[in-house]
Structures are given as structure tokens and as C-alpha cells.
Design a protein around this ligand. Structure first.
Ligand SMILES: Cc1cc2nc3c(=O)[nH]c(=O)nc-3n(C[C@H](O)[C@H](O)[C@H](O)COP(=O)(O)OP(=O)(O)OC[C@H]3O[C@@H](n4cnc5c(N)ncnc54)[C@H](O)[C@@H]3O)c2cc1C
Length: 317
């Protein structure tokens, strides 16, 4: 039984790959190529940013973490291990629920000037341009089909099982009034050669601020403005990001932005990951609304999609 996955951002690609692992033939349908998706604009670092609904999300994050542990050995994936410094933070509740993940308090000499506390944990940095290409290549090598098409009605697709991974666009496609944009500005710099941790201030004096030292570019952020849908970079926000990140990591003083852009996270109170029966023996599995944690949760959610598919209709023998 062939499955259609709509959307080729990180959520669609990982869902398609997990379905292929079980033996389903998969057609990926997307109006855009991966390089034009929100996923391509992400930072991206493994960090359960808005962990709802717990505890499911914590499990999904952990399953993804374990997958990144394997992927980081192949340089083509664009996944690299990092030391993540959560500045201004006490250990978040989700971290206490992952005893496998060891963390330590940051020492005084590791804390940038405005900070009194912070923690350090092993994480992963993902470079979306390499990573999404890697996932798409793998999907095609596995015999997957890719169609570039704008879908206006999921019910009209000639498949018994459709997986809806359309991110923020699901708002219009399935009339989901709970979905909303969360605007995020990104400033990219040419990478510095000096190795540095990944810094993230989510709740400290400079929040929201982050520095993601990817191999292809250093990514600085950010803002997370709910219900703001403009994708035009705002010079005031760009300047604020530069000032905050230069306080965190002073060697950035001498660098000017190579690129600036805006992405819209698919915000939703809870991620929608559930089955909808649209007709007799025809289903849609919705998998969207991952906010600022799409990469972090992708593999766990994809695993759940594959489990749901198996319960609905088994793969061909
Ligand atoms: C600035 C910024 C920083 C971020 N940083 C991080 C981070 O550090 N860590 C992290 O885990 N996450 C991060 N995120 C969040 C992450 O990028 C998103 O959660 C994730 O990209 C959502 O992926 P998606 O596949 O659901 O959506 P998208 O990437 O938007 O993909 C949606 C897909 O659906 C297709 N589509 C939509 N409508 C239709 C239609 N009608 N017909 C056909 N195709 C359709 C699109 O063409 C696209 O292929 C960040 C996001 C932003 C904006």
C-alpha cells in the first residue's frame, strides 16, 4: 500500500524515511523543494524549546537525540556534536526526565559577563542545507518518488493513507485555527575558525539569544514573536541580535553579517500528531505544529507516524 507524505521539510522527510524503513512505498508531494521550506531557515540545534505535550514530547526529543548520535558520524549529514551552554538557566524539567543525558553547571569562568548561572550538556548542531539534501537523497535512493505539486485538498489525493506534514500551511489546508506563525530572525556570519560551544539564552538576561557555530555558517538569533507573519528582516531586531550575541561572545565584535533572514515557526499549543479517518478505509495522519523544535522532535514524531500507519494498514509483504 503506497503512502503519500505531503511536505518535504524536516518533518515530511523524516516521516517518509521511517515509513520506508517499514517497507511502505512512499510518494513525497510538496509545492516547494527543501531549500525553500521553513526547515531550511532553522538554526538548528537539538533543544526541546517548547516541550508540549509532555511527556510525549520528551520521548520524541530523546528518540531524535539517539538518531543524531548515529548521524553525526557521517560528515555528509551536516549533523555535528556540540557542547550546549544554556545560559541563565537552571536545569529545565525535561532534562531531569532524561537521566541518560548528563549535564553539569557552568563554572564561573565559563559564564559571559551578564550571567550568574547556566548549565552545559552534550547536544547536536544541524546544518539544514546539508541535512535536508542528505535526507532527500536517502529517500530517493530508497526508491521514493518526489512530486512537486500544490495540494488544495488532502482528500482528493488518490492514496488510502496520507501524512500531512505541511507545517504552518496546515492552517489553510485543514483549517486549523490553532496554528500561528512565530517569527524568528536569523543573522548569519562567516564561520570563525576558533571552536566554541553553542550558546543559548532562553530565560536569562539576554533572552532570546543564541549562537550556533555551524561548520558552514555561524547562526545568531533571535526573536520568537507569536502571531507576527512578516518575513521582511527588521533592522532594529537584527541590531539587537548582534548586540546580545556580541555580549555573549565578544570575538563576534569584529564580524559583520553575511546574511539576514526571517523564518516563521509553525506554532501550536500542542503538536498535532494524530489519525483522522476521512472516508471508509482512508486516513490522514497529521504531523505538524512543531514550533521551534521541529528538528529536535522530528525522528520521534516520524517513528510515531510509522507506528500509526502500521496499525491502520500493514506495509506490503
Ligand atoms: C528562525 C528559526 C530557528 C529555528 N531553530 C530551530 C532549532 O534550533 N531547533 C529546532 O529543532 N527547530 C528550530 N526551528 C523550528 C523548525 O524549523 C520547524 O519546527 C520545522 O522546520 C518545521 O518543519 P515542517 O517540516 O513541519 O515545516 P516546513 O519546513 O515549513 O515544511 C512544510 C512543507 O510542506 C509543504 N507544503 C505546505 N503546504 C503545501 C501544500 N498545500 N501542498 C503541497 N505542499 C505543501 C511545503 O512546501 C514544505 O515542503 C527554527 C525555526 C525558525 C524559523
Amino acid at each position: 500500500m503506497e503512502v503519500a507524505v505531503v511536505g518535504c521539510g524536516v518533518i515530511g522527510l523524516t516521516s517518509a524515511l521511517k515509513l520506508q524503513e517499514l517497507g511502505y512505498p512512499v510518494t513525497l508531494i510538496s509545492k516547494e523543494t527543501p531549500s525553500l521550506t521553513t526547515s531550511h531557515k532553522a538554526g538548528a540545534v537539538w533543544l526541546p524549546f517548547e516541550p508540549t505535550p509532555p511527556p510525549k514530547v520528551i520521548r520524541w526529543a530523546w528518540e531524535s537525540y539517539q538518531n543524531f548520535t548515529k548521524l553525526c558520524h557521517n560528515p555528509k549529514t551536516g549533523v555535528q556534536p556540540t557542547s550546549l551552554h544554556l545560559l541563565g538557566s537552571s536545569p529545565p524539567p525535561w532534562l531531569k526526565q532524561l537521566p541518560e543525558l548528563s549535564y553539569r553547571p557552568l563554572q564561573k569562568q565559563e559564564l559571559p559577563t551578564p550571567y550568574q548561572k547556566g548549565i552545559c550538556l552534550p547536544s547536536f548542531i544541524i546544518s539544514p542545507p546539508s541535512y535536508l539534501s542528505f535526507l532527500l537523497d536517502l529517500f530517493l535512493q530508497n526508491g521514493g518518488r518526489l512530486l512537486q505539486q500544490n495540494i488544495s485538498n488532502l482528500r482528493s489525493l488518490p492514496f488510502s493513507l496520507v501524512v500531512n506534514c505541511t507545517g504552518l500551511e496546515a492552517k489553510k489546508l485543514v483549517q486549523d485555527s490553532q496554528l500561528h506563525p512565530i517569527q524568528g530572525h536569523i543573522v548569519q556570519l562567516k564561520p570563525l575558525s576558533s571552536p566554541t560551544p553553542c550558546f543559548f539564552d532562553k530565560e536569562g538576561p539576554l533572552a532570546l539569544a543564541y549562537i550556533i557555530p555551524r561548520q558552514d555558517a555561524w547562526v545568531l538569533g533571535g526573536n520568537a514573536t507569536a502571531h507576527q507573519s512578516s518575513t521582511q528582516p527588521n533592522p532594529t531586531i537584527i541590531q539587537e541580535i548582534l548586540e546580545k550575541c556580541r555580549k555573549i561572545y565578544p570575538p563576534l565584535q569584529r564580524l559583520s553579517p553575511a546574511n539576514t533572514y526571517v523564518g516563521l515557526r509553525p506554532g501550536r499549543k500542542n503538536i498535532r500528531l494524530e489519525v483522522e479517518e476521512i472516508d471508509s478505509q482512508r486516513w490522514v495522519i497529521h504531523n505538524y505544529g512543531h514550533g521551534g523544535s521541529g528538528f529536535t522532535l522530528s525522528w520521534g514524531c516520524a517513528q510515531k507516524v510509522a507506528q500509526l500507519a502500521q496499525q491502520l494498514t500493514p506495509p506490503p509483504p
